[in-house]
Write a protein that binds this ligand. Sequence first.
Ligand code: NOJ
Length: 557
Amino acid sequence: MRMTQTSDLWWKNAVIYCLDIETFFDADGDGVGDIAGLTERIDYLAQLGVTCLWLMPFYPTPDRDDGYDVTDYYGVDPRLGTHGDVVELIRTAKDRGMRVIADLLINHTSNEHPWFQAARTSTDNPYRDYYVWRSDPPPDTSDQVVFPDKEDSIWELDERTGEWYLHHFYAHQPDLNIANPKVRDEIWKTIGFWLQLGLDGFRVDAVPYFLSDVGLDPDEQEVDDPHTYLRQMRAFLGRRHGDAILLGEVNLPHEEQLKYFGDNGGDQLHMMFDFIAMQKAYLSLAREDAGPLVEALTQRPAIPHDCQWATFLRNHDELTLDKLTDDERAEVFAAFGPEERMQVYGRGLKRRVPTMLDGDPRRIRMAYSLLFSLPGTPTLYYGEELGMGEDLAAEGRMAVRTPMQWSDGENGGFSTAPPDRLVGKVVDGGYGPQHVNAAAQMRDPDSLWNFMRTLVLTYRACPELGWGELTVLDQPRAHVLAHQLSWEGSTVVALHNFSAEPVTVPLRLDVPPDSALVDLLRDGTTDIGPDGEVDVPLEGYGHRWLRVRRDGERRLV
Ligand code: NOJ
């Protein structure tokens, strides 16, 4: 295998771990997680095998959208620490073999950002054109709002100047006017600044939203191809830091996502989350039928060589099911979030994986084994490695943003502050720290944490998964996904049983005579018949990863 490629295009088989500093670990005991706390816990992440940290926003903010509302792109939220702390964090992470990326939030600022404060003082203020305004009353845009529980239009009247400003998200998040060269200059400077401090790239928030404004002149006529802007951003990033990445949030059908990767081997985003495969995976889990996921995987278009899908099961937002049909979404709701208090915005669930899967360890492990075996780069959201649950009493998406559970001590070991001073309430009940915490699981060889660690390390040792060509294997069991990934003459076969019934899966593999299948997640070797036929037994909700060992091959496993 040409292994050197895997360190060159490092994002193609990284293990990404997303966390919010304020809920991770509180080093100074004020109730808010901080950068020094995360730095203290870097070894925990290194032990898990994480190779890339994704930091949720840590910039100064009035915190009306959990930091996705920024008042200074060059600053650090003083509750979390200082620029010095950021540099120490990045240095320490790098020493432990981890790259660090962070959210880049350029669709909008907070309405408390000094630019917007100035812009709204008069129509001829120099900052006016940093944002997008209209003077005539807007049409009905209620079908375009992202948060229908809070907004009914993407335009908000600004009383003082009598004009409306654009906000795709909350009204307190005015959209930046990226068509304005001065705004573009600020964005280049922001990117350059954080790269200079040591970041390895960005998770780019809300990409289609900010691109939709790029090519518009004030009369909303398209004057420029928005993708030219994304191409320029990529080129700028590459000039400043050769192997930094852009990981974009683009929740669109696969075919539409393609143009965000770009041409010429991929000249726009390096990576995008695969929202389609994620949503279809839940439909498959709900139906106990591999079909929907197979459809998503086989219809995934080929992407440029240097690009990659980021696969995931959960993130900090609702588990969005917006790309399913109404009936499909209703099926997933019925299976995993039947009560209204579990649902949000009519399109998603405010739950984590273990609670949705009724705490069944076989199903939870199968789901994560599936995640790590899919072609792409797996992305974990903090606490997933422990099987943390959610706090349904918390408003909306805050349900899954509770403090990290480190131990069974006070506040789950997150902070020494009194509980009423914590940034968020620690989960209580069956998923609380008494039952779910890192310290206990790290010591227990049979814990979910150790299972997850095995998945991480095995994924890293199987470049076929990040780099290989996918074949969904023909076999007669509808509730089983059998797929293989081949790269550089090496093949990994993975099987996942979506149902509770044990099953034997007959496969016919295209392999040379005298090959065998070597289990990667447990002990065992299975001979493959002369015509490539092999029967693979799976337990109920079972999973197996198997590498094809060709006769006489010199491999460790
Ligand atoms: C997407 C982020 O994931 C979400 O948390 C945020 O509310 C919106 N963008 C607006 O920034």
